[in-house]
Design a protein. Structure first.
Length: 379
């Protein structure tokens, strides 16, 4: 199947081409060659983008289909138990009506540490969605267990390793947490096996522990420093100096702040602090990746990415920088060399929207067409 998109504005993952023709030949983007196409799409007044990449999700049954409907063609999952992961991988590999998937699989956490406290509160139907017997997922109690833990995850087919550094303080809880020594041992074991490491840390102190260990990326911005706190600026400078990327998850902080307020359990300044942290990190030159922390509750898979992009512009990113944070930037940091750009030879994972999101970021939600591996999705 050959599809020609005519006279379309193209954001190629980094820059904008005001008018172009783009050919989809099978599952790849190709140079228009003058030969007839099976289908022609009028792109006038529209913008063609790479399919969006959500750099922080939690994938369950139905998540990948929901994501693709909203133009998210790849999800980077940050915690998936082995049974569920095997099921979601099989789905993504064999079907073009769902988003593609990469995953951290089982995250590394302390016995009783985050997210144990969340899973303990789930009802039976929610636990079933995890696809595993949830009672005893693997944990790490001392540095000597790090190598075994990483090897077990490699057997399960993980793409990168997520390490939890979270004592529950932001949520008003007290949780067991990995020690500095364990975090460092996990990073060392992961790097020895060629794995990128991502640290779950949501305070400046936790982020510092991850940085001390040599982490490659952070799964969230830190949310406990406000505009008048010099610690946030100092931390941003250090993150930039170490070349560590940060997944923003501003939509997540907005969601949990709203949930806490509805339950009359305030999280003082959490969402505002997160936006401020993203602004500070951007000003320091840190590589920011758009991620939502989408899960079965809130934020919502796919739809949350469009909110994340708007929040990134509120944090000071230009529209083009926000769009890159959801396309070419995560593709680069996660080694997805076949996507994240609109260029000949790459996968035809594409999003066509009405209007111009380089001028009005909300236009990303005005979806006209989505292609996944060259397959046009019904709308």
């Amino acid at each position: 199947m050959r599809t020609l998109i005519r006279d379309v504005r193209v954001f190629d993952g980094e820059r904008t081409v005001p008018r172009a023709d783009v050919l989809i030949d099978g599952d790849r983007i190709a140079e228009p060659d003058g030969h007839p196409a099976d289908v022609e799409v009028d792109g006038s007044g529209k913008t063609l983008l790479p399919g969006l990449i959500d750099a922080h999700t939690h994938t369950f049954d139905g998540s990948l289909a929901q994501a693709l409907t909203h133009g998210v063609t790849t999800e980077l999952d940050m915690f998936c138990l082995p049974g569920n992961l095997a099921r979601q991988r099989e789905l993504a590999a064999g079907n073009d009506d769902v988003a593609d998937l990469r995953s951290a699989g089982m995250l590394a956490t302390a016995p009783g540490g985050h997210p144990s406290q969340l899973m303990a509160g789930f009802d039976a139907s929610t636990l079933e969605a995890f696809g595993d017997a949830v009672g005893g997922f693997d944990t790490v109690a001392d540095p000597g267990q790090a190598k075994r833990f990483v090897e077990a995850r490699l057997t399960e087919g993980i793409d990168y390793l997520k390490i939890v550094v979270d004592d529950g303080a932001v949520h008003g809880a007290r949780l067991p947490a990995l020690t500095r020594q364990i975090v460092a041992a996990l990073v060392e074991a992961a790097h020895a096996n060629g794995l990128t490491t991502i640290g779950h840390a949501i305070t400046a102190r936790e982020a510092t522990i991850a940085l001390d260990a040599g982490i490659d990326g952070l799964a969230h911005v830190y949310a406990d420093t406000g505009p008048d706190d010099p610690a946030g600026h100092e931390l941003a400078a250090r993150i930039a100096a170490q070349g560590v990327f940060v997944v923003t998850t501003l939509a997540y902080f907005e969601a949990i702040t709203g949930q806490a307020e509805a339950a009359d359990h305030a999280l003082p300044g959490c969402a505002d602090n997160a936006v401020h942290a993203a602004r500070t990190l951007h000003q320091a030159g840190v590589s920011l990746l758009a991620g939502t922390d989408a899960n079965p509750f809130a934020p919502v898979h796919g739809a949350a990415m469009h909110r994340e992009l708007a929040l990134l512009t509120e944090a000071g990113l230009s529209n083009a920088e926000a769009l890159a944070a959801a396309t070419s930037v995560p593709a680069r940091h996660f080694g997805l060399a076949d996507r994240g750009h609109v260029a000949p030879g790459l996968r035809a994972d594409l999003l066509l929207v009405d209007g111009d999101p380089t001028r009005d970021i909300t236009a990303t939600a005005a979806i006209a067409e989505v292609w996944r591996r060259g397959v046009r999705q019904p709308r």
